[in-house]
Design a protein around this ligand. Structure first.
Ligand code: H2B
Length: 126
Protein backbone atom coordinates (compact mmCIF):
# COMPACT_ATOMS: atom_id res chain seq x y z
CA UNK A 1 0.00 0.00 0.00
CA UNK A 2 2.81 2.42 0.96
CA UNK A 3 4.51 1.49 -2.27
CA UNK A 4 1.45 2.56 -4.27
CA UNK A 5 1.32 5.85 -2.34
CA UNK A 6 4.96 6.40 -3.24
CA UNK A 7 4.26 5.89 -6.94
CA UNK A 8 1.41 8.40 -6.70
CA UNK A 9 3.81 10.84 -5.00
CA UNK A 10 6.26 10.39 -7.90
CA UNK A 11 3.71 11.42 -10.44
CA UNK A 12 2.84 14.45 -8.37
CA UNK A 13 6.49 15.54 -8.58
CA UNK A 14 8.11 14.62 -5.24
CA UNK A 15 11.87 14.69 -5.87
CA UNK A 16 12.67 12.20 -3.08
CA UNK A 17 10.21 9.65 -4.36
CA UNK A 18 12.58 7.70 -6.61
CA UNK A 19 14.75 6.96 -3.53
CA UNK A 20 11.67 6.02 -1.55
CA UNK A 21 10.55 3.62 -4.28
CA UNK A 22 13.95 1.92 -4.25
CA UNK A 23 13.93 1.74 -0.43
CA UNK A 24 10.43 0.32 -0.33
CA UNK A 25 11.20 -2.19 -3.07
CA UNK A 26 14.33 -3.28 -1.19
CA UNK A 27 12.24 -3.93 1.91
CA UNK A 28 9.52 -5.78 0.04
CA UNK A 29 12.01 -7.93 -1.87
CA UNK A 30 14.24 -8.41 1.19
CA UNK A 31 13.87 -12.00 2.28
CA UNK A 32 13.33 -12.85 5.92
CA UNK A 33 16.18 -15.00 7.24
CA UNK A 34 15.62 -18.54 8.46
CA UNK A 35 15.59 -19.36 12.19
CA UNK A 36 18.99 -21.05 11.82
CA UNK A 37 20.50 -18.10 9.96
CA UNK A 38 19.25 -15.71 12.66
CA UNK A 39 20.51 -17.88 15.54
CA UNK A 40 23.90 -18.33 13.89
CA UNK A 41 24.31 -14.58 13.30
CA UNK A 42 23.31 -13.78 16.89
CA UNK A 43 25.74 -16.21 18.45
CA UNK A 44 28.58 -14.92 16.22
CA UNK A 45 27.87 -11.19 16.41
CA UNK A 46 25.14 -10.04 18.80
CA UNK A 47 25.63 -11.99 21.99
CA UNK A 48 23.36 -9.77 24.08
CA UNK A 49 20.32 -10.34 21.90
CA UNK A 50 17.98 -13.33 21.91
CA UNK A 51 15.56 -14.62 19.30
CA UNK A 52 12.07 -15.86 20.18
CA UNK A 53 11.27 -17.15 16.69
CA UNK A 54 9.68 -13.82 15.83
CA UNK A 55 11.77 -10.91 17.12
CA UNK A 56 15.29 -10.09 18.24
CA UNK A 57 15.04 -9.05 21.90
CA UNK A 58 17.11 -7.21 24.46
CA UNK A 59 16.25 -5.60 27.79
CA UNK A 60 18.11 -2.55 29.07
CA UNK A 61 18.29 -1.08 32.58
CA UNK A 62 19.28 2.47 33.55
CA UNK A 63 19.80 4.43 36.74
CA UNK A 64 16.86 6.76 36.10
CA UNK A 65 13.85 7.32 33.87
CA UNK A 66 15.59 10.30 32.27
CA UNK A 67 18.56 8.12 31.24
CA UNK A 68 16.23 5.50 29.79
CA UNK A 69 14.32 8.14 27.85
CA UNK A 70 17.53 9.80 26.64
CA UNK A 71 18.72 6.39 25.36
CA UNK A 72 15.45 5.97 23.46
CA UNK A 73 15.77 9.47 22.00
CA UNK A 74 19.31 8.75 20.78
CA UNK A 75 18.08 5.52 19.16
CA UNK A 76 15.11 7.29 17.58
CA UNK A 77 17.47 9.67 15.78
CA UNK A 78 19.61 6.79 14.47
CA UNK A 79 16.54 4.72 13.53
CA UNK A 80 15.23 7.59 11.40
CA UNK A 81 18.56 7.79 9.57
CA UNK A 82 18.38 4.13 8.52
CA UNK A 83 14.56 4.16 8.16
CA UNK A 84 14.23 1.13 10.38
CA UNK A 85 12.45 1.36 13.72
CA UNK A 86 12.29 -0.65 16.94
CA UNK A 87 9.17 -1.99 18.65
CA UNK A 88 9.78 -1.06 22.26
CA UNK A 89 8.38 -0.28 25.65
CA UNK A 90 9.61 1.72 28.60
CA UNK A 91 8.73 1.29 32.25
CA UNK A 92 10.52 3.81 34.49
CA UNK A 93 14.24 2.90 34.16
CA UNK A 94 13.90 -0.14 31.90
CA UNK A 95 13.57 -0.37 28.13
CA UNK A 96 12.52 -3.55 26.34
CA UNK A 97 13.32 -3.68 22.63
CA UNK A 98 11.96 -6.08 19.99
CA UNK A 99 13.26 -5.95 16.43
CA UNK A 100 11.80 -7.36 13.26
CA UNK A 101 11.15 -6.19 9.73
CA UNK A 102 7.41 -5.67 9.41
CA UNK A 103 7.60 -5.36 5.61
CA UNK A 104 9.40 -8.74 5.29
CA UNK A 105 7.42 -10.39 8.12
CA UNK A 106 10.60 -11.67 9.73
CA UNK A 107 14.19 -10.87 10.59
CA UNK A 108 16.37 -9.24 7.93
CA UNK A 109 19.83 -7.68 7.84
CA UNK A 110 18.17 -4.37 8.77
CA UNK A 111 17.37 -5.79 12.21
CA UNK A 112 20.99 -6.82 12.74
CA UNK A 113 22.08 -3.33 11.64
CA UNK A 114 19.65 -1.68 14.06
CA UNK A 115 20.65 -4.00 16.93
CA UNK A 116 24.27 -3.02 16.30
CA UNK A 117 23.36 0.70 16.35
CA UNK A 118 21.45 0.19 19.61
CA UNK A 119 24.40 -1.63 21.23
CA UNK A 120 26.72 1.21 20.21
CA UNK A 121 24.35 3.83 21.65
CA UNK A 122 24.12 1.81 24.87
CA UNK A 123 27.91 2.03 25.29
CA UNK A 124 27.38 5.70 26.24
CA UNK A 125 25.01 4.76 29.08
CA UNK A 126 27.01 2.03 30.83
N1 H2B B 1 10.79 -0.52 10.65
C1 H2B B 1 10.70 -1.84 10.85
N2 H2B B 1 11.12 -2.37 12.00
N3 H2B B 1 10.19 -2.64 9.89
C2 H2B B 1 9.75 -2.16 8.72
O1 H2B B 1 9.30 -2.94 7.87
C3 H2B B 1 9.85 -0.76 8.50
C4 H2B B 1 10.38 0.04 9.53
N4 H2B B 1 9.46 -0.23 7.38
N5 H2B B 1 10.43 1.37 9.38
C5 H2B B 1 9.70 1.13 7.05
C6 H2B B 1 9.81 2.04 8.26
C7 H2B B 1 8.66 1.56 6.03
O2 H2B B 1 7.37 1.48 6.56
C8 H2B B 1 8.95 2.92 5.43
C9 H2B B 1 7.90 3.31 4.46
O3 H2B B 1 10.20 2.88 4.81
Amino acid sequence: MEFIFTIVATYSGNSFSICLIIDNLKKIIMKALSKMEVEEFLSDNLKNWSFDGNCLKRDFKFKTFVEAFSFMTAIAIEAEKIDHHPDWSNVYNSVRINLNTHDAKGITKLDFDLADVIDRVFENYK
